[in-house]
Design a protein around this ligand. Structure first.
Ligand code: SF4
Ligand code: SF3
Length: 537
């Protein structure tokens, strides 16, 4: 076994990747990422025991977690640098807090010289926990914490922070290091859900206070005849700086995949050269990026190992990394996009992929503005059910299910969506109900909080005791670890009977799956007909 990773939905054979990642992650990088998580555990341990946090630690941990999320960083040197930095911070804190080194676990004391010996799936990888139920529970929380790290990084880039969330992260990792108790670890996973809600709420505040509340918007999916830059990932701050720096350059800016919802924010509408969305979900990038013709900027996941035909047009920022691609220089939080803009000027305009429009912008504020209309449609029976069809997209053929499911839903149902899962149906014409579109896109996976706000508001309007009495069904497609954080958030909010697909996570043991079924009624997808029957009746 060269590596062992089972953190995403595409884990080989739904068991784990052992030779190379289905995502393209090399064993060396996978093993270093395991060691980075081990380093974060050790750093968290000393922070928790020493009751210590400072700005540098709060800056480091969320970013280091983000680096290990699927399709973020494929560059061993980046991962190695994060490990070294983590060890350095940890040593400084041991020194400061005067913790007794002899009482610390290995993850909090190993040295830089041991990196190559430790970066081994049997030594610090997930299989080093031999009890498969304990392993499943620890990984469930770890992946949720990775998601929290990602969402927190985004909020922090906009100047929003909450020390309590950092405190929770270091305490949670300490529990993961110390506990072998299944009940305690199960409760920890739910607590991760609680803090996922807090973090998503913080990010929502950061986004909406900085860029305004998303509003109904038509987004062009065609192209213009000027050179373009394609920006993908989830980071709105990067987009802001790019738009500002490129505004008089004669270059157009297009969004890709999870950057699409940026068009819904009032703030970005003032840029005349912010022209539309190009392409589809992340997994199609190898064919679509060839046709884009201009530079592509990755601000976060999902990066698919680039083809040589366009690799020299790929740029990365933040936690993203891939060997041999260019990094956008950054100084004091300001990125310098001048090289990409100059690069774009020398490129032909994008080749059109399609024409038309996508309609979105139904985040909580916009939906609540339509609340009267929606409540009326529910009361009169015109809307029978809302179906949350949200989460991640992926490359497996089984995901065609989601397109068929959306098409087969009765005409009196409304789809609530967010995340890149929407690309399976957002371009279908599913019509409207008295002017309310049948697909309401709240935004990125980062905007999942919106769907929770909408559900809680409807619960209040309909005067219900329990969130599960609402006419809302949940059919969630997952892929990476931010989706794990969102799932735990929904469980924490008390949502039952979630259908999770296209498969249940490989990292859940049979016993842990059983608990999730018993306590929360979680199940996985079946056939479209059957799922329509059980979800909408
Ligand atoms: Fe495999 Fe997913 Fe891990 Fe990549 S992230 S190595 S595809 S389990
Ligand atoms: Fe998508 Fe990668 Fe999860 Fe943000 S872009 S939802 S998979």
């Amino acid at each position: 076994m060269k590596m062992f990773c089972f953190q995403c939905q595409e884990a080989a054979k739904n068991v784990g990747c052992t030779e190379i990642g289905v995502c393209g992650k090399e064993p060396e990088v996978a093993n270093l990422q395991d060691l980075l998580i081990y380093t974060i555990k050790g750093l968290s341990y000393v922070c928790s025991k020493g009751n210590y946090l400072d700005d540098e630690v709060m800056d480091y941990i969320p970013k280091a977690l983000f680096v290990t999320i699927t399709n973020v960083n494929f560059d061993k040197n980046d991962v190695l640098n994060y490990i070294k930095k983590g060890i350095e911070l940890r040593e400084r804190i041991i020194e400061k807090t005067k913790l007794n080194r002899d009482e610390l676990p290995d993850c909090a004391t190993f040295k830089e010289e041991e990196i190559s010996e430790k970066a081994n799936p049997e030594v610090v990888g997930v299989l080093s926990e031999k009890n498969e139920d304990i392993r499943a529970l620890k990984e469930l929380s770890t992946y949720g914490l990775k998601g929290i790290g990602a969402y927190l990084s985004h909020a922090m880039r906009l100047g929003y922070n909450n020390e309590e969330i950092h405190k929770f992260i270091v305490d949670a990792f300490t529990k993961i290091v110390e506990s072998e108790d299944a009940d305690e670890l199960f409760n920890l996973a739910l607590e991760v859900g609680k803090y996922a809600v807090e973090t998503l709420a913080l990010l929502d505040k950061a986004n909406t206070e900085t860029y305004g509340h998303p509003e109904i918007t038509e987004v062009n999916i065609g192209v213009r005849d000027r050179p373009g830059i394609l920006i993908t990932g989830h980071d709105l701050k990067d987009l802001e700086q790019l738009l500002e720096q490129s505004k008089d350059s004669g270059v157009d800016i297009y969004t890709h995949c999870e950057m699409l919802p940026a068009h819904y924010y009032p703030f970005f509408k003032k840029y005349e050269h912010f022209v539309g969305n190009y392409g589809n979900a992340w997994w199609k990038q190898r064919e679509e990026f060839e046709k884009f013709n201009g530079p592509i900027i990755f601000t976060t996941n999902c990066l698919v190992p680039p083809k040589d035909s366009y690799k020299d047009r790929v740029y990365v920022t933040n936690e993203v990394g891939y060997p041999g691609v260019k990094r956008i220089p950054e100084k004091n939080g300001v990125k310098d996009f001048s090289e990409v803009i100059e690069h774009a000027k020398k490129c032909p305009p994008p080749t059109p992929l399609e024409n038309g429009k996508i309609v979105g912008g139904f985040a909580h504020n916009q939906v609540l503005a339509l609340a009267d209309k929606i409540v009326e449609a529910v009361k009169s029976g015109k809307i029978k059910k809302f179906v949350v069809l949200a989460g991640c997209d992926g490359r497996h053929k089984t995901r065609e299910y989601y397109t068929e499911f959306a098409k087969a839903l009765p005409k009196d149902t409304v789809i609530l969506t967010c995340g890149c899962a929407k690309y399976r149906f957002i371009k279908l014409d599913l019509g409207d109900i008295d002017g309310i579109p049948r697909v309401l896109d709240a935004g990125q996976c980062n905007d999942s909080y919106s769907l929770a706000v909408i559900a809680l508001k409807l619960k209040e309007v309909f005067n219900l005791e329990d969130i599960n009495e609402l006419p809302i069904a949940y059919n969630i497609s997952w892929y990476e670890q931010k989706a794990v954080a969102v799932l735990l958030a929904l469980l924490y909010l008390g949502v039952k009977n979630i259908v999770l697909g296209p498969t249940l996570p490989a990292f859940l043991s049979e016993n842990v799956k059983k608990i999730l079924v018993e306590k929360f009624g979680i199940s996985t997808i079946s056939t479209v007909e059957e799922d329509i029957k059980r979800l909408v009746g």
